[in-house]
Design a protein. Structure first.
Length: 53
């Protein structure tokens, strides 16, 4: 399960113009994102998984 969750794409923060929001170290900020695991686990093809994100 840890490897599965670690494979989730990061939720990168952007401003209203689509520019990345950076922290004090110049790294793009991220935020927590709730994941509908029931829907995700119900995906039957790689295409369904890709469209989930």
């Amino acid at each position: 399960m840890v490897a599965f969750v670690a494979a989730f794409p990061a939720n990168l923060l952007e401003d209203s113009e689509g520019n990345p929001i950076l922290d004090d170290n110049g790294q793009q900020k991220t935020s927590a994102k709730l994941v509908d695991t029931k829907r995700l686990l119900g995906c039957k093809t790689p295409e369904e998984v890709a469209s989930f994100w």
